[in-house]
Write a new protein. Sequence first.
Length: 209
Amino acid sequence: MGRLIIVEHPLVQHKISLLRDKNTGTKEFRELVQELSTLMAYEVTRDLPLCDIEVETPVAKAKTKTLEGKKLAIVPILRAGLGMVDGMMSLIPSARIGHIGLYRDPMTLKPVDYYSKLPPDVSERDVIIVDPMLATGGSAVEACRIVKEAGCMRIRLVCLIAAPEGIEAVSKLHPDVDIFLAAVDSHLNEHGYIVPGLGDAGDRLFGTK
């Protein structure tokens, strides 16, 4: 069964508060998303396997640890997910990047798939799907389906803010996917927006509001 992990680190909670503020401008909003993504990446990679190695320090030989070579891929859901990539890559620069393009039909609130480009060896990698908001869960569910269809069964979903409805949708249809969040909000409004949320993450990231 997949895990639900809420990252309650003080720095994460502080930056989420700044992110929510309607007076936070585009530049600061983008920087906050990157910083939060780096902090989330620290938690997401907490259980990466290690192996023993020996290195020579300026003083003596030392037995120490290194990553075992686990292959990772970061897959943002376009377009807001792009804002989380650089923050993740600052900690795991060797990860490959894929892209999944989805938009939510404003009438049906269902995801529409318009683009998908994944690393050719994605089936051999642990995939981290990133999107700032987990609202209805439709886009996340579809992204997980696309990644699984490409042969990958080891998936982690990383979002900053979620609604209970989105968590339930992903957990129901992809019970094997780990979900990492910084905050769980109250509910969705009639337009499918998270309440209290932070508005449209894509608009605030890219200044298209």
